[in-house]
Ligand binder design. Structure first.
Ligand SMILES: [Zn+2]
Length: 492
């Protein structure tokens, strides 16, 4: 997300560059009418454009700043041509010039970028921070037409490029490698971010409030707890940002896995009514093995496929440079007997691998596109919309899985916090003791034998009473109102 301050300069430059041809026209008309000197309006407009461009360039790194002038010139030229066309009565649209995304340094520490496929480093221009749909991502200028919004978007891509580079450098200098890996995962174009905007359950599955808040904290890398602590699930040390939990909480991990399997099966079974879950007996050499969560014909053209869903963490010790590619190849070595038996024409093993942040292996997109197209052909619905909803549903399932795993690894509630939150003391005196005395702890210092520090109200009261002669402080045996309860009674 970009702040208003970050979009101000790209917006000004885009607006002025796109309006240049119209301003020139107005300048000509005003000169003709004798209202202004020739070229005065256009000169002021160009000066303002130059000033804004210079300010924008000052905020960018050299590789991006070098692109601003050529982009502005391209836009000015294209808008002039478009204006000419429209003036002559032809309504042709012009295309917006594209900004070039510059790769970060080659020796990035956060390099799990889809094996040899590094979409952001090879296929410029792409903006990793937009929450656009796949269509819009593939066409980064929105619909590619020359409009102020699209020009602003191109300039914002340059600003994002600079900001990303600076962020990566900062993280690296602070040695925040887990943050770098998370950023690298989230930047990938295969991640579906639409769970953030999906708040209406009419649109499909949504995260509940608790999961949503925690998912946002995890995405932003917030310190969810104040310090490192012992994970109640596994006993190892957990970091305050809970990145440990991506490799822990086995129960929630499995539940999340089946949520994604259901999202897959829902679509596959619409295309192939004979699709089954957890099919056994597919491999003669290993009759008990279940190579794949779904057995269907809807995943791969002209072949039965054993679709195996896997969700992995970039924090796992065996993740390698690219956790998704590692898990994908591991599946083939795990089921090599089956793969050999099936050969080139039999059943196909089709691993579907996501990282816990939502990045997916290229196979995932291939299978889902094929299945959506088949479903669209059968039902007449839109394959694009179907795929978009499907990706969003899986994104929600992955975000819910991530936050529930984190919640499972949060520090356990103490007896004291249970008392404070729910008024629960546990059974018997032991329970009271565990909760550190429950309500009684507020009354420390009011008992003569109590060595704890007295409450401020009580000590002031006692000092005043001591100077006034022999008195007895009458304390109510229970009740939270110390000041009201300590009434002094004069003797004699
Ligand atoms: Zn753990």
């Amino acid at each position: 997300m970009r702040r208003a301050r970050d979009t101000a300069l790209p917006a000004i430059v885009a607006s002025r560059a796109t309006a240049w041809a119209k301003v020139r026209q107005i300048d000509v008309e005003l000169t003709k009418a004798g209202l202004m000197g020739e070229g005065q309006l256009l000169r002021e407009h160009e000066e303002a454009l130059k000033f804004a461009s210079t300010m924008l360039k000052n905020e960018l790194d050299p590789s991006e700043a070098a692109q601003v002038d050529s982009l502005v010139q391209g836009v000015t030229k294209a808008s002039a041509e478009l204006w000419q066309m429209r003036m002559s009565g032809r309504g042709r649209d012009a295309r917006v010039p594209r900004a070039q995304w510059t790769a970060l340094s080659q020796d990035e520490h956060s390099t799990p970028n889809g094996g040899s496929e590094a979409p952001l480093q090879q296929q410029a221009p792409r903006n990793p921070f937009t929450d656009d749909t796949e269509d819009e991502i593939s066409e980064i200028g929105g619909n590619g037409k020359l409009t102020v919004t699209n020009v602003q978007r191109q300039l914002s891509i340059l600003a994002d490029n600079t900001r990303l580079r600076r962020l990566a450098l900062n993280l690296e200098s602070d040695q925040r490698f887990a943050d770098m890996r998370r950023l690298q995962e989230l930047r990938d174009p295969s991640v579906d971010h639409s769970w953030i905007r999906r708040l209406d359950f009419c649109d499909g599955p949504v995260l509940n409030e608790d999961d949503y808040a925690l998912s946002l904290q995890l995405r932003l890398g917030a310190n969810v707890v104040s310090d490192s602590y012992e994970c109640p699930e596994c006993g190892s040390l957990s970091d305050p940002k809970l990145s440990h939990s991506t490799c822990c909480a086995k129960a929630e991990r499995t539940k999340g896995h089946y949520a994604v399997v259901r999202a897959m099966f829902d679509r596959c079974s619409q295309v192939d009514t004979s699709a089954v879950l957890e099919q056994r007996g597919l491999v003669e050499a290993e009759p008990g093995a279940r190579p794949g969560d779904i057995f269907t014909t809807a995943a791969v053209p002209n072949r039965d496929a054993a679709v195996d869903v896997t969700i992995v963490s970039q924090e796992a010790a065996a993740a390698g440079q690219d956790c998704v590619a590692t898990a994908h190849s591991k599946k083939f070595s795990r089921y090599r007997t089956a793969v050999q038996e099936w050969g080139e024409t039999g059943i196909r093993l089709q691993p579907m691998v996501w990282s816990c942040e939502g990045r997916s292996h290229p196979d995932v997109s291939r299978v889902m596109t094929f299945c959506s197209a088949a479903l669209a052909r059968r039902s007449g619905c839109s394959a694009k919309l179907l795929l978009k909803r499907w990706r969003a549903d899986i994104g929600v399932a992955l975000a819910a899985r991530r936050s529930r795993m984190a919640r499972r690894c949060l520090p356990l509630a103490t007896a004291r916090s249970n008392y404070v939150l729910y008024g629960e003391l546990g059974d018997g005196a032991g329970g009271q003791q565990a909760a550190e005395g429950g309500v009684g702890s507020y009354l420390q210092g009011t008992d003569e034998d109590d060595e704890g520090p007295p409450a401020p109200e009580a000590s002031t009261q006692q000092a005043r009473i001591a100077s006034a002669g022999p008195v007895v402080a009458l304390i109510a045996a229970s009740g939270p109102y110390i000041a009201a309860a300590s009434t002094d009674i004069r003797l004699g």
